[in-house]
Design a protein around this ligand. Structure first.
Ligand code: TYM
Length: 323
């Protein structure tokens, strides 16, 4: 199975990204063909500072590698190193109806949050479709916030195939119900634009503060605690196996549990969980040459696959005028 997904280099990696997508990608690479990339073209819709984008891209590469992306087994690259996707975006644009894009809620949400309402932002889903279709992605592991984007990609592929003949694989989203939307410290979806993230490579004090400020309800200590819509419970559960989750549930339902203590415990758990990755990340962050080398090799591999689909699309729409 060809599994493909990407991440924007526009902020620091948080628990939502990790559990919603990255960890699942890394787990998939054992038995599948994995395509993973850093979407710096997409980040141009919201990052208008060249230095920041450059840094963000390098940092995202270090994150992904430290967390277990294996460049030998998988194809790992930076989106703009295969500029063919932008050409494909144009070919796809002409079978993409305005209505389809007008229905995209990510666009509206982002504009409400203050991201400029540019044409790039509006056509973001077409570039994302190109990302997926250029590499023949079959399954796309994402968080729930990307569900509609994958549906749009599929619609565009169907429309293209119907218009020009079989060209693209139809992709499917891969969303795991339990971690579809990881909540942030205020209980809303964890998102850097809400300022409610728990960054996985934050320093110890910042991480402690973040965890200690997870919102909790006012249930008295000597009463059972709710587990529905309980942000602390949900975030803690991410780190547990099913048996441990049952145990945690029992603890919440038993009177006497103190939220403050659970938070301290959770902080310790997160800190330890990411410790080996933090160490590995330092190695990459101090070896720019090695990271660049990996990305370059990845781009060469990615390009071979993209050329196949992009050439086929060019041919099928009639750009091979000499034929
Ligand atoms: P991005 O960079 O916003 O997020 C990367 C991944 O993290 C997931 N995620 C979450 N999952 C669960 N709970 C959360 N609170 C949470 N926050 C973020 C996202 O769903 C995503 O999977 N448009 C994409 C990047 C992209 C892409 C692609 C993805 C560009 N081209 C092609 C797949 C295929 C994005 O902005 O993700």
């Amino acid at each position: 199975m060809r599994i493909l997904s990407g991440i924007q280099p526009s902020g620091k990696l948080h628990l939502g990204n990790y559990f919603g997508m990255m960890k699942r990608m890394v787990d998939y690479q054992e038995n599948n063909e994995l395509y993973a990339f850093i979407v710096n073209y997409h980040a141009l819709t919201s990052v208008f500072d060249a230095k920041k984008l450059q840094e963000g891209t390098f940092n995202a590469a270090c994150d992904f590698l430290a967390l277990g992306m294996d460049p030998e087994k998988s194809t790992f690259w930076v989106q703009s190193d295969v500029p063919e996707v932008t050409e494909l975006t144009w070919l796809l644009s002409n079978v993409t109806s305005m209505g389809l894009l007008e229905r995209a809620h990510a666009y509206k949400d982002k504009v409400v949050k203050g991201i400029p309402a540019t044409h790039g932002l509006f056509s973001y889903p077409v570039l994302m479709a190109a990302d997926i279709l250029a590499y023949g992605g079959e399954r796309v592991p994402v968080g729930k916030d990307q569900k509609q984007h994958i549906e749009i990609a599929r619609d565009i592929a169907e429309r293209f195939n119907a218009t020009y003949g079989e060209t693209f694989v139809l992709p499917e989203e891969d969303i795991e119900e339990e971690i579809a939307t990881v909540p942030g410290i205020d209980g809303q979806k964890m998102s850097k634009s809400y300022g409610n993230t728990i960054e996985i490579f934050a320093d110890e004090e910042t991480l402690r503060k973040k965890v200690m400020s997870i919102v909790t309800d006012t249930t008295p200590v000597d009463e059972p605690k709710p587990i529905e819509n309980n942000t602390l419970y949900e975030i803690y559960s991410l780190f547990l196996n099913p048996a441990e989750k049952e145990e945690l549930k029992d603890r919440f339902l038993t009177p006497g549990l103190k939220y403050g203590e659970v938070k301290k415990e959770l902080f310790g758990m997160i800190w330890e969980y990411f410790r080996p990755y933090r160490e590995k990340r330092k190695g990459y962050a101090n070896d720019r040459g090695e990271v660049m080398n990996i990305l370059q090799k990845g781009a060469n591999k990615a390009r071979e696959t993209a050329s196949h689909y992009v050439q086929l699309a060019r041919k099928n729409v009639g750009l091979y005028y000499w034929d």
